[in-house]
Design a protein around this ligand. Structure first.
Ligand code: FES
Length: 82
């Protein structure tokens, strides 16, 4: 099971973490990953100046936006599940 924690701390919230959660849910459904990914919200991951921050297992990826979400998902989630 891969753990994906999307930061909903105040700084990331302002930068659109709610939209990112929505995109993540849609992508998980699209690729049938419900039983492979444990998606949850996280409080501040300590990288506020560079949000939206997302923790994938033990790695924190910063600067995720609606625009680059597909790239993030491809390189940090899909490619690591294969
Ligand atoms: S609020 Fe997201 S890293 Fe601090």
């Amino acid at each position: 099971m891969m753990n994906v924690n999307i930061c909903v701390g105040s700084s990331c919230h302002i930068k659109g973490s709610h939209d990112i959660i929505q995109l993540a849910k849609e992508a998980i459904t699209k690729y049938n990953l419900e039983d492979k990914i444990n998606l949850s919200a996280a409080f501040c991951l300590g990288k506020c100046t560079d949000g939206v921050s997302i923790k994938v297992n033990d790695e924190i990826i910063c600067g995720v936006s609606k625009e680059n979400f597909p790239d993030f998902f491809q390189s940090n989630i899909l490619s690591k599940l294969q």
